[in-house]
Design a protein around this ligand. Structure first.
Ligand SMILES: N=CN[C@@H](CCC(=O)O)C(=O)O
Ligand SMILES: [Zn+2]
Length: 422
């Protein structure tokens, strides 16, 4: 039997999320569900999806690994399109400071926060970064994540940024989850560049971007556009130069202070603008017009005790909204997809259907992969999750609990979460 040849049958629902581009506004509600379905997979690629009696007619099942979904719901693997999963050290102490009322940006501006992870990441060996990153990715897989974006940004110098990106590349080569790499040296301002941010941006453009491009270590370039970090002008300069070198663009935009990041993301043609807690109406309209995916990170708002991004206004303005974990060592130390789903449905006014779209096809669009993952359509990778439950509604209804029972990656069963009491 050829590896990656699989039949998934006896599914109560196949939630296909069908499509090859981001779903905008009202389209986000449409999940394209097939009842009593089956999926035929060859060499890791979906061949057909539909009613079981049609899909399996005339098929010699002995040529396939046959998976019985046991009357449960089947969905595309989740795409976690914003994470910082390769980092050194931890910041548990900082979390307790924040619980006592310390401000996230104040902690960073006095040398803690992102800057303290930078130090730990500079000190850790590639082997340690690899081992921890690999295990974190396995935890993400257990929540049904089959594609994950990962950022550098804990180096803040070329050498450590390259180290982080090289580690991510190696993890991608060895781990079932597909990793999409983003270069983010402009993530914070180290002490030696305080007051010389323009110079830092020029150095990144001159030194780091060309080498990363040449070594093919990142597909995207990202920047933290924020008060006391990088201005709109500095962000425009970096992003424009990165686009000219062939990088796709992302932004950490309008997270804490409304600076016009969403507007800039539309202006420079970013694939996504992320966070957006403070995005203006004009910024939202510009993102909708220019097809910038609005990637919302409710785990971060929750963990920082900030107000959530205006998901409803964005969907009503015809934006494509994605949801992601923002898994990182500081502002949001969780890879929990069930938490993201709970926050989106209970606190951001997103429907269960919109939430699923935001974690599948729109997550895929946020990493420019809507043509190959994010939905169960013929020709796409067979990245598939089988829930413990008969309907996708359990993803939001069973609050904060992992509803994912089994995960298939490229037509191969890679995770089985069925509990066994020992
Ligand atoms: N906002 C900036 N960057 C990260 C936080 C990184 C950290 O706290 O280590 C974010 O997306 O939330
Ligand atoms: Zn981030």
């Amino acid at each position: 039997m050829q590896s990656g040849n699989m039949i998934i049958k006896n599914a109560s629902q196949i939630v296909t999320c069908s499509g090859t581009k981001a779903k905008k506004g009202k389209e986000m509600q449409d999940l394209h569900v097939v009842e009593n379905g089956a999926i035929l997979i060859e060499k890791g690629i979906i061949q057909s999806v539909g009613k079981e009696e049609e899909i399996l007619k005339g098929i010699d099942e002995s040529q396939y690994q046959v998976i019985d979904a046991e009357g449960k719901a089947v969905l595309p693997g989740f795409v976690d399109s914003h994470t910082h999963f390769v980092f050194g050290g931890y910041r548990a102490e900082e979390f307790t400071w924040r619980l006592r009322g310390d401000d996230y940006m104040d902690i960073m501006n006095r040398g803690g926060g992102i800057i303290s992870t930078v130090q730990a990441t500079q000190e850790e060996s590639k082997e340690e970064l690899y081992e921890n990153g690999y295990q974190r990715l396995t935890s993400m897989l257990s929540f049904g994540v089959t594609t994950a974006e990962g950022k550098s940004g804990y180096g803040l110098n070329k050498e450590t940024e390259l180290k982080q990106l090289e580690v991510m590349k190696e993890i991608n080569e060895n781990h079932p989850v597909d990793v999409i790499s983003t270069f983010m040296e402009a993530h914070a301002v180290p002490a030696e560049y305080k007051g010389k941010e323009d110079e830092m941006i020029e150095n990144i453009i001159r030194e780091s971007l060309p080498e990363i491009k040449e070594k093919n270590l990142a597909e995207f370039c990202d920047i933290f556009t924020e008060k006391n970090v990088f201005t709109i002008e500095q962000s425009r300069r970096l992003l424009t130069a990165a686009a000219e070198m062939g990088f796709k663009l992302k932004m950490h935009a309008d997270e804490i202070v409304p600076l016009g990041g969403a507007e800039l993301a539309a202006e420079v043609g970013a694939v996504s603008a992320d966070h957006l807690l403070q995005a203006s109406d004009a910024g939202i309209a510009a993102m909708a017009e220019k097809d910038v995916v609005a990637t919302l990170l409710p785990g971060t708002a929750f963990s920082l005790r900030e107000s959530y991004a205006r998901a409803r206004d964005m969907i009503e303005a015809n934006c494509a909204v994605a949801l992601a974990s923002d898994f990182n060592p500081g502002s949001c130390h969780t890879e929990s997809i069930p938490l993201i789903i709970a926050l989106a449905t209970l606190y951001m006014g997103m429907s269960p259907e919109e939430t699923i779209t935001a974690l599948t096809i729109n997550g895929a669009a946020a990493v420019d992969r809507a043509d190959s993952v994010g939905s169960l359509d013929p020709g796409k990778k067979a990245d598939i999750i089988i829930l413990r439950d008969p309907s996708y509604h359990f993803l939001s209804y069973h609050i904060g609990v992992n509803s994912v029972e089994r995960v298939v990656k490229d037509g191969i069963m890679v995770m089985d979460n069925r509990h066994k009491l020992l």
